[in-house]
Design a protein around this ligand. Structure first.
Ligand code: DGL
Length: 280
């Protein structure tokens, strides 16, 4: 197994603030690790774009992070994981961790009746990535999936406790009433930010997200390769690069990962059919 350099940062990307829920989980168990975060706000939401667009955006994000000399890549976006992970894995020579397998692992562990619901973006749900991964891990599992495309724009707008969020959630979550599921997977890294509202509407269900299990997998992967920073009481910090900036990103970002934010820089990526370049 290839050793990876201990002092290099971990690269994490998502379309917006959702991936910061994964960064926060990584920071909790690996506080001394440096993190470089890429948020593709310019192209948000990924979940309503074509698969081709999601693949192009994801490859550009990865290309940028690889140039920052990262030691491990976390695709902290379910949409990008479901569409682009196999190709990205082929194209880079560092470990790549997506968020779908960790979420599936957490759901299988906690479900008793093996009836599991999944909510996610249109692209994630249409890809059937969760359904495949859940039934691959246990053939007896019944999966009930619902695309919930309005949630990401409302979360990015900061309308977490807004009455419109309640209305939209009621409409979407009604789908699960007759399904007898005992567990629901938040199949989008933005959704932990509305976990409380979801849990209130479905009080008897286990609500599962992939942030914690992804962070554990990051730690195990680095440990196996002898390249994780022991907790030195010094925070590794987090540098954020964005393709567009919104005030709400700053407000929510600080709320999610607190003082860990070192810098926030705006960058410009150039997309082309054959090669991906970037300029700052
Ligand atoms: N947070 C992302 C996900 O996990 C992307 C949401 C979006 O951009 O539509 O799917």
């Amino acid at each position: 197994m290839k050793a990876i350099h201990i002092n290099k940062p971990i690269g994490v990307f998502d379309s917006g603030i959702g991936g910061l829920t994964v960064v926060a989980a990584i920071k909790r168990i690996l506080p001394s690790e440096k993190i470089i975060y890429f948020g593709d706000l310019l192209h948000l939401p990924y979940g309503s774009k074509s698969s081709k667009a999601v693949l192009d955006f994801s490859r550009a994000a990865v290309s940028f992070l690889i140039r920052q000399d990262i030691k491990l890549l976390v695709i902290a976006c379910n949409t990008a994981t479901s569409i682009a992970m196999p190709q990205i894995k082929d194209e880079v020579d560092i470990p790549v961790i997506g968020v779908i397998s960790p979420g599936v692992l957490a759901a299988c562990k906690i479900s008793k009746n093996r009836r599991i619901g999944v909510i996610g973006t249109t692209r994630t749900i249409e890809s059937d990535a969760y359904k495949r991964a859940l039934t691959e891990s246990d053939k007896g599992i019944s999966v009930f999936q619902k695309a919930t495309p309005l949630l990401v724009p409302l979360i990015e707008e900061g309308w977490i406790e807004h009455p419109v969020m309640q209305l939209v959630l009621t409409e979407y979550l009604n789908f699960f009433h007759e399904t007898e599921i005992d567990t629901i997977v938040l199949g989008c890294t933005h959704y932990p930010l509305i976990r409380e509202a979801i849990q209130k509407m479905l009080p008897s269900l286990n609500v599962v997200d992939s942030a914690e299990t992804t962070a554990v997998l990051v730690k195990e992967t680095l440990k196996n390769r002898g390249s994780f920073e022991e907790d030195t009481n010094e925070t590794g910090g987090c540098s954020i690069y964005l393709t567009d900036f919104t005030e709400n990103f700053r407000i929510m970002g600080e709320r999610i990962i607190g003082k860990e934010i070192d810098t926030t820089k705006l960058i410009k990526l150039n997309y082309s059919e054959t090669s991906i370049k970037y300029s700052t």
